[in-house]
Design a protein. Sequence first.
Length: 111
Amino acid sequence: MDAVCMVMTAVGSEAAAEMLAQQLVEARLAACVQVMPVKSFYVWQGESRKDAELLLLIKTRAALYAQVEAFIITRHPYETPEILQVPVTAGANAYLQWLGAATQGAGDQAL
């Protein structure tokens, strides 16, 4: 079974979150994308910020990470988007098999 991972990114609007999630799944780069509201605290360009964002948890195969990253970068509204890969070290076998099947053929479509 292929290694799997979760990729995290955050956007500032529900429309951007839904568009990115849908496109990732349709491109078979993600088996599932969960979107949840979060409040982010950070420093950007020397200024302390607090923003409401939507966090996307993207479930995919580790072998697809580079394609997922490139896909996000070309579509993300932020100048410097958060894109983090989190390795998955274990999971329910049936879910991991589904994830692998749901992402087969990824990369056949143009980024």
